[in-house]
Ligand binder design. Structure first.
Ligand code: ATP
Ligand code: MG
Length: 568
């Protein structure tokens, strides 16, 4: 491609709301252009990157026997009613009517559509397993579209769905997809981790996320420094703490603690480690048809993990409560505790199950109990609701957990029969009986990956594409297009590189050298060949974008040398 003819509107302007490097550089370098909140146009460079990622994804999915399909983006509302997800998705679903008053939804994901495609068409266990996938636009009316391609409303997703006649076969496929996803991210040149994810009501290891490691990631993940354990903070668990602080000595007693209401204040008042204090967090648990005030109790040295807490009470969501609501159930801010309280639900963290020598609120203004032994407490559920912290023990080995940030680029999930049962999608097993399909679902954010590559690979000057994601691998830059020798040499080299199968751009614009260099750095071609003044002495230069180092090459040996550098 000749740059003089290419549609690459680079600019110095930073989009108004942009905070992430990927959002800034992809916009400034002319890969994408915003249309409206969460909506983006892909320009030629952006489209090339998308296609590269798609090609790798297609190759790896087909290598595990998945078949590509393409489902309608517009999905009938009835399917969403059948599965019961119309409420769950809520306002994220964009709904509309056609001219005949039929109601539709723009597909945010395609479980329902895929199940309805397969039901009545696949009817025997002999046709299983079957794995169908697509790479297709999705629409979610996200509450807060932000960070450019990272959280769009319209975005490109690869979504796959597998159908099985047994759990074992689903497990086999799940492992195969995990391996294929790892292969995809490795080929894209990304540093990533596969982490255990929140699997909601299903639990177990049925849900994993693929996280690209980046400080700007929205997710927090816990990683063991010793073994392979890694988990999303929403699902992370920890091993038993060994360096337990010394316990305070006290017999059970009600103690006056005037105005001592916070964990810090209590710790210094009693001169005890927060490990021996009970922290309380009150939330309203929201269900289908009612809601319930819940008092969550945990050690003062821990914090509540809301996703775990939400699952502990099987609620749809947890919302904050006002002081009046607290008072209504007899709770006094600053002095709340699990003893002598029967006006609301109590859930304790598993660490409190047999805890002794504890200090907790007495549910009375200005009083705490000391010397509390929870072993005696009956009928209060004790569940893991604490958030894993930096330095906690790994649950699997003697290692230590560290927290880091990640971008969720993929999610694989063992669905079981949730959707096939709801949508009555059944097959005949080897005994001739009807059974719902056992399913897996596998998503990967293709457009989010474009942003993730840049989050992990950029510097102050712009993008640094990895070899497999670069829109063009080489940029041949003519320093002065009025110099005939430079022009002829560069054009010949450009043609030769093209014929050798190298994706190459020829920067033949009538612009200053410095301007063109800045532009090349902003776009992030992995290599830029500089055909400049040194050509009269038989030399050109090759700049490596990642290191910004320039290497001098003999002009008459340039083609071979460049091919050797860029193709390895
Ligand atoms: P998130 O927690 O980031 O909202 P999700 O759990 O809603 O993600 P899934 O429903 O599992 O995501 O979708 C599969 C993949 O699609 C995600 O792993 C992510 O890479 C991508 N994805 C999801 N929502 C968006 C979005 N709004 N913009 C871009 N990509 C997205
Ligand atoms: Mg989401």
């Amino acid at each position: 491609m000749r740059r003089s003819k290419a549609f690459i509107p680079t600019t110095k302007e930073v989009p108004n709301d942009a905070v992430l490097a990927s959002h800034i550089f992809l916009s400034r370098a002319g890969f994408i252009a915003q249309v409206s909140s969460g909506l983006y146009n892909f320009l030629p460079l952006g489209k090339r990157v998308l296609k590269k990622i798609e090609t790798i994804v297609n190759e790896e999915m087909q290598s595990i026997g998945a078949q590509e399909v393409e489902l309608s983006l517009v999905t009938p509302v009835e399917l969403w009613q059948e599965s019961g997800r119309i409420e769950k998705f809520g306002k994220e679903l964009l709904r509309f009517k056609d001219r005949k008053e039929n109601r539709f939804v723009l597909g945010p994901t395609h479980e329902e559509m895929m199940v309805s495609l397969v039901r009545n068409r696949v009817s025997s266990y002999k046709q299983l397993p079957m794995h169908l996938y697509q790479i297709k636009t999705k629409f979610r009316d996200e509450a807060r579209p932000r960070f450019g391609l990272m959280r769009g409303r319209e975005f490109l997703m690869k979504d796959g769905y597998s159908f099985h006649s047994s759990e074992d076969d689903l497990n086999r496929e799940f492992t195969a997809v995990e391996a294929a996803y790892k292969q995809i991210l490795t080929r894209l040149g990304l540093d990533f981790r596969v982490v255990e994810a929140d699997s909601g009501a299903i639990g177990g290891s049925g849900s994993k996320e693929l996280m690209v490691i980046a400080d700007s990631g929205e997710d927090t993940i816990a990683i063991c420094d010793h073994c392979h354990y890694a988990a999303n903070i929403e699902a992370a668990v920890r091993g038993k703490r060994e360096d337990v602080p010394e316990a305070p000595e006290a017999t059970f007693n009600r103690f006056m603690t005037p105005d001592v209401t916070t964990i810090e204040a209590l710790a210094s008042f009693f001169k005890v480690d927060p490990y021996y204090l009970v922290k309380t967090v009150v939330k309203r648990a929201v269900y289908d048809d009612h809601s319930d005030i819940v008092l969550f109790c945990l050690r003062g040295s821990d914090t509540l993990q809301e996703v775990k807490a939400c699952h502990a009470v099987h609620a749809q969501e947890l919302v904050d409560v006002s002081e009046e609501e607290l008072n209504e159930v007899g709770l006094t801010v600053g002095f709340m505790g699990p003893l002598n309280l029967n006006t609301c639900t109590i859930v304790m963290d598993v660490e409190l199950e047999h805890a002794d020598a504890m200090i907790c609120g007495a549910n009375e203004k200005d009083y705490h109990y000391v010397g509390v032994n929870f072993a005696a407490l009956k009928n209060i559920p004790c569940v893991d609701i604490a958030e894993v912290k930096e330095g906690d023990r790994c649950p699997h080995c003697s290692g230590v957990l560290a927290l880091t940030k990640g971008i969720e680029v993929g999610h694989i999930f063992k669905l079981g029969t949730t959707y096939s049962s709801a949508l009555k999608a059944e097959f005949l097993n080897d005994k001739g009986q009807r059974e719902p399909f056992i399913m897996g679902t596998y998503g990967m954010g293709i457009s989010r990956l474009v942003a993730a590559v840049i989050e992990q690979h950029h510097d102050d000057n712009g993008c640094i594409w990895t070899a497999s994601t670069a829109p063009y691998l080489v940029n041949v830059m003519i320093s002065n297009i009025k110099d005939e020798q430079q022009m002829t040499f560069a054009q010949t080299l450009y043609e030769q590189l093209r014929q050798s199968g190298v994706e190459v751009m020829l920067d033949d614009r009538k612009e200053r050298f410095g301007f063109k260099m800045k532009d090349a750095e902003l776009i992030g071609f992995p290599y830029t060949v500089i055909v400049g003044k040194e050509l009269v002495n038989g030399n050109i230069q090759l700049m490596n974008r990642a290191t910004l180092q320039k290497e001098t090459l003999a002009a008459d040996r340039a083609l071979e040398a460049i091919i050797e550098r860029v193709m390895t």
